[in-house]
Design a binder for this molecule. Sequence first.
Ligand code: DX5
Ligand code: ZN
Length: 219
Amino acid sequence: MIKIAPSILSANFARLEEDIKAAENAGAHMLHIDVMDGHFVPNITIGCSVVKAVRKITRLPLDVHLMIENPDIFVKEFADAGADFLTVHCEASIHLHRTIQHIKQNNMKAGVAINPATPVLYLENILSDVDLALLMSVDPGFGGQEFIPFTIEKIKAVKKMTSKAGVTPLIEVDGGVKIENAKAIADAGADILVMGSAFFKSDNYSLTMETLNEILGNR
Ligand code: DX5
Ligand code: ZN
């Protein structure tokens, strides 16, 4: 099954609980939470306290995407806040192998993310250590941007790398995913599709989920 992870970056922050519960009731598979620090990316969003509050109102797995410098210093705080997946950018972590071990020692699933301009080769030596590989299909920082087409080839390349290495990390794609391109992204090898604006700006979350499940062949 291909999972859909709505990104709350595009939810209505003034009624976040309502929006998250509506996403859960619509059948979303996990919840993507974008943490930005104003340094690694030119935007500031959500921190640990919001993750902690969200943890209390939903049973959906929390997929926390750190777009921050020095992610190591926050690993424990996000574990305590209730993150299930914690993903760091390879561009932001100098000792990535150590960071990944640190995340796993804190009983979370560990993810590594790469920006659009970062070659997939950066994943090669860490692939067998991670639970999730996140390919950014927009330059991180904002919701509502256009999917960068060459990501499709990167997904296929990562899929090949995982088969060759005999490992099965989840492949997640983030940025510009919508109903129109979901099938092509999944066919290339993605397991999780992050959807911000295409999900939360849709009129009917249940209908959006139903359409996606049908397009993706989910039962
Ligand atoms: C972008 C974030 C994304 C964002 C996706 O930096 O990492 O998760 O919420 O939003 P859409 O789906 O609107 O591109
Ligand atoms: Zn994200």
